[in-house]
Write a protein that binds this ligand. Structure first.
Ligand SMILES: C[S@@+](CC[C@H](N)C(=O)[O-])C[C@H]1O[C@@H](n2cnc3c(N)ncnc32)[C@H](O)[C@@H]1O
Length: 249
């Protein structure tokens, strides 16, 4: 589990290069949510499962006081290096999102890029409790997630990227177990070095599938107000495939 965030952490930004290009649009949308849905001014943010920090850095660039937390030190090392290079002051801490050790410190908590899918039904309840504890009254939690029931089992998908002269060939399989609402996310990453040397890594993660309705029901146990939006707009349309959970404390 989690090879993508440990042995492959240095390659994460190259693998998700195209998604990194969309981060500014995501943060535009999240700022819209802060203004419209939070019941307090948002200044201080905890970015959970921050990974290599793409959304974390963008939030800091826009003037928020941001803390990034991730389970994996390898991801945080990349994030810290990027923040230093950009002259941004961000506190990065290693920790489990289920055990956030902050008491009513944040105006907002964010969790980007499907990270919430790592939590099964029991853990997602623990996650929400942990988030609510970290939030100030009127603060807001924002997390995005896809619905993989539709077209999730096709594969393999193969593509390539470059990273500092190395060539990456990435092959993905996504196997959905509809009855269990589990997504087996399997990925082979082959790295071709300029001298002809090759290395291969296999990622085999289990993610948990939630429909917008299930997410709403689960979140309602912890938050005073819950909204589910479609992708980058404050409404949910019938054919939306990516959702944004908003929970207000
Ligand atoms: C898909 S990546 C998203 C990273 C980042 N949010 C982004 O938008 O690029 C998922 C991240 O979740 C982190 N993660 C998984 N389980 C976690 C947990 N229990 N607590 C904190 N972070 C966790 C992984 O280490 C990884 O960095």
């Amino acid at each position: 589990m989690h090879e993508l965030y440990t042995v492959l952490a240095e390659y994460y930004d190259a693998i998700y290069r195209r998604r990194a290009e969309r981060v500014r649009d995501e943060i535009d949308f999240v700022e819209e949510i802060f203004k419209a849905d939070a019941k307090r001014d948002v200044k201080k943010i905890l970015d959970l499962a921050c990974g290599t920090g793409n959304p974390t850095l963008e939030l800091a660039k826009r003037g928020y006081e941001v803390t990034g937390m991730d389970l994996h030190e390898e991801m945080l090392e990349v994030a810290k290096r990027k923040a230093k290079r950009e002259g941004l002051t961000i506190e990065f801490i290693q920790g489990n999102a289920l055990e956030v050790d902050s008491n009513q410190e944040f105006d907002a908590v964010t969790m980007f890029f499907s990270s919430i899918m790592y939590f099964d039904e029991n853990d997602i309840k623990k996650l929400f409790s942990s988030v609510v504890k970290a939030l100030k009254s009127g603060g807001v939690f924002v997390a995005d997630f896809p619905c993989w029931f539709y077209g999730g089992s096709d594969g393999p998908i193969v593509w390539d990227e470059s990273a500092d002269g190395e060539k990456l060939v990435i092959t993905d399989w996504r196997i959905v177990e509809p009855g269990l609402q589990k997504l087996h996310f399997k990925r082979l990453v082959q790295i071709l070095k300029p001298n002809g040397e090759t290395k291969s890594f296999f990622v085999n993660d289990i993610l948990h599938i939630y429909t917008p309705r299930e997410m709403r029901v689960l979140a309602k146990e912890s938050f005073d107000e819950v909204k589910i939006y479609g992708h980058l707009k404050r409404r949910l349309d019938p054919n939306d495939r990516r959702y944004w959970l908003v929970g207000v404390k």
